[in-house]
Ligand binder design. Sequence first.
Ligand SMILES: [Zn+2]
Length: 169
Amino acid sequence: MNDAERPPIPAELKRRVLVEAGHRCAIPTCRHIDVEVHHIVPWEQCKEHAYENLIALCPNCHSRADKGEIDRKSLRIYKANLRFAIEKFSQFEMDVLFDLYTTPIGKGIPFPVYLSLLIKRLLDAGFVKIVPIGTGVKIGSIKATPDALLITDKGRDFVKSLGIEEIGY
Ligand SMILES: [Zn+2]
């Protein structure tokens, strides 16, 4: 490889990848403290340093990834898990987000508005939105009939950026 053709990873980008993994190997059962930045799709193929494609690995896991013992999809899942953890999304929220991702654009799923606290972080992130349906039936002051829950373009971009939607994670 000719190093002159490969620019170094910008310091800010490298820091972001390392902070994402807490300056430890991104493999949860490893978490070694010596870390290098690995390209999930090899540099030789992508010729760019993109955040979505970078993951912090220890030298040992790095060479296992280079040999294909840890494949790209696995690496994407490990990276996605780190990103969920940083965003503090719950497993329920991720299930909701992936479910909405598979619904046709503009279509939502019924969601009782009184349960919106369960998806607060998705709402706060602007990844989903609640669209009222009619006036609904109220029990006391609580609207008992569901509204529609929709994924936003931002939410779609987030799922897409994880690169794992095709494996139905
Ligand atoms: Zn490791």
